[in-house]
Design a binder for this molecule. Structure first.
Ligand code: DAH
Length: 396
């Protein structure tokens, strides 16, 4: 083959200047030849002529020049041959791309030519980036379904003039239990077992820290900080020693509510919660109030809504009763006001802001998971915490 008979250029010496000149000449040769390439076949010939494994020109010249090279020139020679090889590879890529494009690219502005070359390289399997493929679609984030429901609940009360209050998840026994009329050793504490922080035996029991079991302690914090009127909602995370099952999780979320003012009655409580349930579940929903017990409210009630799945006719979800139990509520127990007054009097001995003869109030608390599960017909609480995109994407 003709390509085998190429002459090997002479190298005058191995000094810097001669090397420079010799390699510049080789680069010129490469450029001149590659500019002439018009077909894929010609490019392949060119490839073989220069980069052929045994008889390739690069190899032959390399062997010849290295044979006579003094030891200290091996490195600069190697570097230059590597550069030449890189240049050859890129010339071949571009030539191949141009050959594929053929006359299409002729006369186009250079920017468009470059685009076409990129495109053609891709067609030739030369570029790792395929500009013809659709781009990576990155889904914008959405609020987690639990947060969404929590925000919905809070928004309903914001429209009624309530503001948001927050409190710590690590809470003292005083705020979580004692001030809410759960005396030490009271059986009502059994339903709200939780984690206690270690190493606190030396403290009086009311100062010992625990993971709060409900958002109700924020009622106490808010009343100690602020005289009536109070209208607050308290969204937040709570903790209980409950075994996880389809509807329970040891960590879950609640929204608490508190309204204290002059002349607040049970009718206000009923009207407020009836409105909130209709706002959350639809205006056809009915509510009913069942007697219940909470240490911090008297009287206390559980609120039920007419089953949104069967409109009250009775189905599996409402256990064929037509009603779904949703939240606890009641009129603030005077014992709670007494705890608040005791704490406020440490700051102002004459404080009488929470005198139950002058003011009354109602409170309520609801589980966010439970409400979200009913809203969306979710049967497993665990879905909320799994991070499974197939679940979460349904709320996008
Ligand atoms: N804290 C109660 C619980 O976690 C829920 C509750 C019931 C809150 C009645 C209230 C209320 O404010 O009045 O079980």
């Amino acid at each position: 083959m003709a390509i085998m008979n190429q002459s090997i250029p002479e190298l005058e010496s191995y000094n810097e200047a001669d090397l420079e000149r010799a390699f510049a000449a080789l680069q010129d040769e490469v450029r001149r030849e590659s500019n002439e390439l018009r077909s894929i076949e010609a490019v392949e010939q060119f490839h073989l002529r220069w980069l052929g494994r045994k008889q390739g020109r690069l190899n032959l010249i390399g062997e010849a020049w290295r044979r006579m090279a003094p030891a200290e020139s091996m490195k600069p020679l190697g570097i230059r041959f590597n550069e030449l090889k890189k240049m050859l590879i890129s010339e071949i890529e571009v030539a191949k791309a141009k050959a594929i494009l053929g006359p299409i690219a002729e006369g186009l502005p250079s920017e468009e030519q470059a685009n076409l070359v990129t495109f053609a390289k891709r067609r030739a399997g030369l570029s790792p980036i395929d500009i013809t493929l659709p781009g990576t679609v990155r889904a914008p984030g959405i609020p987690h379904p639990l947060l969404k429901t929590m925000n919905e609940i809070v928004a309903v009360f914001h429209h009624l003039g309530y503001s948001t209050a927050l409190g710590p998840q690590v809470e003292s026994d005083f705020y979580n239990f004692e001030a809410l009329n759960f005396p030490p050793n009271h059986p009502a504490r059994d339903t709200q077992d939780t984690l206690l922080l270690a190493g606190q035996q030396a403290k009086p029991s009311r100062d010992r820290l625990l993971m709060r079991t409900h958002t109700s302690p924020v009622q106490i914090r808010s009343m100690i900080a602020q005289a009536p009127p109070i209208r607050i909602v308290v969204p937040g995370k709570v903790h209980r020693n409950d075994a996880a099952d389809a509807t329970h999780s040891p960590v879950f979320h609640q929204v608490e509510g508190l309204c204290v003012d002059t002349n607040i009655t049970f009718s206000d409580l009923k009207g407020t919660l009836d409105h909130a349930m209709k706002a959350l579940f639809g205006s056809s929903v009915k509510t009913r109030f069942f007697p219940s017990f909470f240490p911090f409210t008297e009287p206390s009630a559980d609120v039920q809504i007419s089953c949104i799945f069967c409109s009250g006719a009775g189905c599996r979800r409402c256990k064929h009763s037509g009603w779904i139990e949703l939240l606890g509520c009641g009129m603030v127990d005077p014992a709670v006001f007494a705890s608040v007054t005791e704490a406020r009097r440490k700051l102002d001995p004459a404080d009488d802001a929470y005198n139950p003869e002058k003011i009354t109030g109602f409170a309520f608390g609801m589980g966010v998971e439970r409400i979200a599960m009913i809203q969306h017909g979710i049967s497993e609480i665990g879905h909320f915490y799994s991070g499974d995109m197939r679940f979460l994407e349904q709320f996008a």
